[in-house]
Design a protein around this ligand. Structure first.
Ligand code: PLP
Ligand code: COI
Length: 355
């Protein structure tokens, strides 16, 4: 093993009793992985220690100017009980590009993955085996220099915490209702929409809370210039199936390049679907829905997996997709993806990493 210091706890927490009752993100495991960055030392002081509060100077830059980035990934149990990670290298690579955009240091991706693997070896018993559950992993990087002027921090803290989870949406694997946001925008060209910065999510809360008050799970964001073209949903990328073509917004620079999105595009192509990554207007979706050409819609994301979309509301015009039922292609993609993630289906691309 490398230079990761491990401090064991003598008191393990009480684990969940019933995996059926797991919700998203409310319970944390026994340990945390941390490492620090200083320009003269690079990433150093890698540690696994008992999960604990972090003590920071209130002047730390993260509190004032939001220099914070994060990732979301999941661990599953294989049929033989081994922990499996899904494309973790992609998450750490994306974290390095998020870091670059926020003037933070590039992650030591190898050390981060090594830390995560060591953490998972210790926390294996927290990975739930029940279908639809997993151990959610949250790598995070924050700016910790105490300073009130606006500048990039010199020192950073990286940590990984983990949480056993069930379905992201309270509705489980049932179609979600999505509200098309026409007033507020999530991102603009040249902004930070294509990186995973906490600030993007803070800026989304006003619109998503208003949508929730109206009975919708999340908002569908439109482009920041014309409010015409579809971008993505609050916590997932979006796909539309028009007859046998599947369409998803292209990576324009203002949407998150989802790892689930990329994987689903590959699986769709393997199944012979034509996948179009292009500009898609909300008008086209509503027009084609009325003509009966919109057969299915689904979102993709680590937390959301593959989530059917049953209802879209755009300026109070409401369309119901596939009679608000989960479509066959959505279900097929959900099963294929989760089958690979849990080691039950042949993983021909080597996406699963066994720990
Ligand atoms: N878009 C947003 C805004 C997200 O928060 C997420 C979730 O991480 C995604 C898309 C999907 O990305 P991924 O599939 O890498 O989890
Ligand atoms: C994820 O899917 O991992 C995310 O980071 C989305 C988050 C809002 C839960």
């Amino acid at each position: 093993m490398s230079n990761i210091t491990i401090t064991k706890t003598s008191e393990l927490k009480k684990k969940y009793e019933d995996a059926n009752k797991l919700v998203f993100g409310e319970m944390y495991t026994d340990y945390i992985f941390t490492m620090r960055y200083l320009p003269e030392k690079g990433w150093h002081d890698a540690q696994i220690k008992p999960y604990e509060n972090i003590s920071l100077n209130p002047a730390s830059l993260v509190f004032h100017y939001g220099q914070e980035i994060f990732e979301g990934m999941k661990a599953y149990l294989s049929p033989n009980g081994e922990p499996l990670l899904f494309r973790p290298d992609e998450n750490f690579k994306r974290m390095s590009s998020s870091a670059e955009r926020l003037k933070m240091p590039k992650l030591d991706e190898k050390l981060a993955l090594e830390g995560l693997c060591e953490l998972l070896k210790l926390e294996k018993d927290w990975i739930p085996a029940l279908e639809g559950t997993s151990l959610y992993i949250r790598p995070t990087m924050i700016a910790v220099d105490p300073y009130l002027g606006l500048k990039p921090s010199q020192e950073y803290l990286f940590f990984i915490i983990m949480s056993p989870v069930g379905a992201y949406y309270a509705t489980g694997f049932n179609p979600v209702k999505i509200y098309v946001e026409t007033k507020y925008v999530r991102a603009v060209p040249g902004g930070t929409g294509n990186v995973k910065a906490g600030g993007n999510y803070a800026a989304s809360l006003l619109a998503s809370s208003a949508a929730k008050d109206k009975g919708y799970s999340q908002v569908l964001w439109l482009d920041g210039i014309e409010r015409k073209y579809i971008e993505e949903v609050g916590a997932m990328n979006i796909f539309f199936r028009f007859n046998d073509a599947v369409v998803t917004p292209e990576l324009s620079g203002s949407i998150l390049p989802g790892i689930t999105r990329k994987s689903i595009i590959q699986l769709l192509k393997d199944d012979g679907y034509s996948v179009e990554e292009r500009h898609i207007s909300i008008q086209e979706v509503f027009d084609r829905a009325k003509k009966g050409e919109l057969l299915e819609a689904f979102g993709t994301g680590t937390a959301a997996v593959v989530s059917p979309v049953g209802i879209l509301n755009w300026n109070d015009e409401v369309i119901e997709i596939n009679e608000n039922k989960t479509g066959e292609l959505t279900l097929k993609m959900f099963k294929h993806l989760t089958g690979i993630q849990t080691g039950q289906i042949d993983d021909k691309y080597g996406w699963s990493l066994k720990i």
